[in-house]
Design a binder for this molecule. Sequence first.
Ligand code: A2P
Length: 320
Amino acid sequence: MIELRFANNDLIPTMGIGTWLSKPNEVYNAIITAIKAGYRHIDCAYIYKNEKEIGEALQFAFINGLVKREELFITSKLWNNSHEKAQIEPAIKQTLNDLQLDYLDLYLMHWPIAFKREFEQVKSIENLASLQDIPLEETWLGMAELKKNGLTKHIGVSNFSQKKLQHLIDTTQIVPENNQIEIHPYFQQKKMRGYCKQNNIVVTAYSPLGSRHLTKSENGISENLIIRNMAERYNCTPAQLILAWGMAQGISVIPKSTNTDRINENYNAVNVHLRPEDIDAINMVDENNRQSKGLFAVLPDGYYSYANIWDEDPFVLLKK
Ligand code: A2P
């Protein structure tokens, strides 16, 4: 199994299984199938609303000797309505309780967006909290306490821009160990990856197959002729080729699937080794096409906009 190294030399398996949109009644089998296939990295989040079922599957795996706890790398994420200092420890404890674990390997701040405590989803601007009310660095210091207390071995963030990562580092001197962001051949994030490498931040790619929309649409990455023809040459599927490209970038990939064949197919991408010229050819298909934009928090007259979530001109996307 290929692994990446955190700043302190601990390892994170490059290939992981994602669980966003894995239905509670399907995720139990998916996790057991994944562990049997060889996955040792499982990506979860409180807001995916399936951590209880994942916990039951993990118990089954431990009791039946499929794997030991210490052989697994398990990530979860702090949801947006638990950014206040007093909410952070109860939030991880809830997740640990649901997953039936004593500790996480990695706990991430899910978004650089805060909601008021009572609201898991926002419908109006009154449900939002601003980053002036609950600054990201306060949440981050709260997460650092979790690491000190042994509730998680590593801490990081998700959906953070370079500017926001640097802000956390400047204000707290605690470098996030991981940034989990959307990366696939149509949204390659080369600058961000360069910054993370310089700062010893491991990068994890969510939606590594090009996100649900792109995988399923006619314009999906797997329909791209360069990808299709290359996959044929490597005698692998387009999905395996795309995941092999991700891993060749020195990042971890967490494709979601609840389908037994696709769980196995994706895992076997670890056996696809691309030649440098083929990696270069895939590097050329980038379209700077962000799919996951955080628009759930963008409300008229609210605190959040595309520009201030990503610290990026929204028109760059339109200008393509
Ligand atoms: P399914 O669970 O039915 O396999 P994400 O981009 O969030 O990781 O989601 C991946 C999406 O692509 C899911 O909808 C998943 O659906 C589907 N998928 C996962 N693996 C493959 C594959 N090897 N080929 C095609 N579609 C896939």
